[in-house]
Design a protein around this ligand. Sequence first.
Ligand code: ATP
Length: 513
Amino acid sequence: MEQKDLLKEIISHCKEYGFVFPSSEIYDGLAATYDYGQLGAELKNNIKTYWWKSMTQLNSNIVGLDSAIFMHPTIWKASGHVDAFNDPLIDNKDSKKRYRADVLLEEYLEKQTQKIQKEVEKGEKRFGDSFDKEQFIATNPNVLRIKEKQGQVQERMKTALNDSNLEDLRQLIIDLEIVCPISGSKNWTEVRQFNLMFSTSLGSVAGESATIYLRPETAQGIFVNFLNVQKSGRMKIPFGIAQIGKAFRNEIVARQFIFRMREFEQMEMQFFVKPGEELTWYEHWKEVRRKWHLNLGLGEKNYRFHDHIKLAHYANAACDIEFNFPMGFKELEGIHSRTDFDLKQHELHSGKKLHYFDPSTNESFVPYVVETSVGLDRLFLSVLSASYTEETLEDGSERTVLKIPAALAPYKIAILPLIKKDGLPEKAQEIMRMLQLEYTIQYDEKDSIGKRYRRQDAIGTPFAITIDHETLENNSVTIRNRDTMIQERIAIESLPAFLNTHCSWPSILGALV
Ligand code: ATP
């Protein structure tokens, strides 16, 4: 399936089965906001649990936090968000469509990367088994020319972004002859900075209200609670604080379904370390997070690291883990070495000391921070896009199946009495009561067994247990595997051990210990 079509398929599948609905739909929707339906809420909670447990349960030096969305407005002054949390926007005068200037340029660079890839594929075809990819990339004149141009564009873009030189950013777009994908024209406006924070006012009495912001990231809640947690939890450096919560950004271009929303959820972990050790920890967390993603089993080739061209004002190293979404490789998670910027800024603006006292050396210092920050909604989309599969079966019929990692599936088990009589439903209910303390289960006795299997495939239920007449005779059931469609007969008393191996939390977390 074409990648573009895949996104459309996923959007309509999500709506049809209750994963994701457009928000406020009966009022024609609200741009870039979505509601998670009955299955979406389960899947989202499971992704959160996978992250939360891997952070706080598997690391004795990482603890959780749940800070308020509303915070003192000075926090956002201190963090730099009031003055610098901007995106450079540009409009096309013909289509009246608005774009992020940096994204237009990133897309241009990505196209060049694809051109290089095409040259490599051509070379592979031409030279066959004797093809040496590295040598080809290092010597092929076409590849070298594209790479040189790419390097120049990257350098100019970096300088323009770092110096906030909006004129040169625009000039670069014009020099590269980048056209609006809608109108096809190069008729661009000036580039302007646009602050992404939503504001509202606190206090109901006129004259007493103060402007406050909806947090654009969860991280600041962690920074301002750093000493509270460290002291009350007797934490010793290095240690981490993890948080899952909503964040809000007035995104200029919010398209592509739940990839870019104005209200979304982040899962962030700030790891506090000794100054000077931050780059070692940065490499450590890059590797830990890589393994965490790969452990989902969505395919190694779907991930790549991308070092930031422009470092944020607070960072001394930063990269993204990108995922191969239906729209191409895009950021899924950011890993940043944030130095002591945030804690120092909060010391300055609050007048309170945010030092850590190290009893082993009698030293007191402001820790450095390495953060991992992943978007929950983007993870949700990555899971769905890698698991959505359309298959033609041996008998020529088609099935749509969501091959969601078993431990994350909204329902782990479907319980299906073969027919609605002869005591089979009662036996099925008995099995359901036995398993439901541990697992989410969908009970279904309507329609033919084949139709019921298809329904469970479409919502990603990894196992279907069928209760038939033999069950009443010898207490065994069939268990059908969603992905292989193989059915095996198994004793009811063996079900807990079977499910524990295949879809419990230990089954997915085990590889991370
Ligand atoms: P982008 O470059 O795509 O705008 P960002 O670099 O601004 O993202 P960060 O500030 O590093 O993003 O935020 C951390 C994570 O939060 C991102 O990796 C992403 O998964 C998620 N995220 C950021 N903005 C959005 C959004 N508008 N909708 C959904 N998820 C988001």
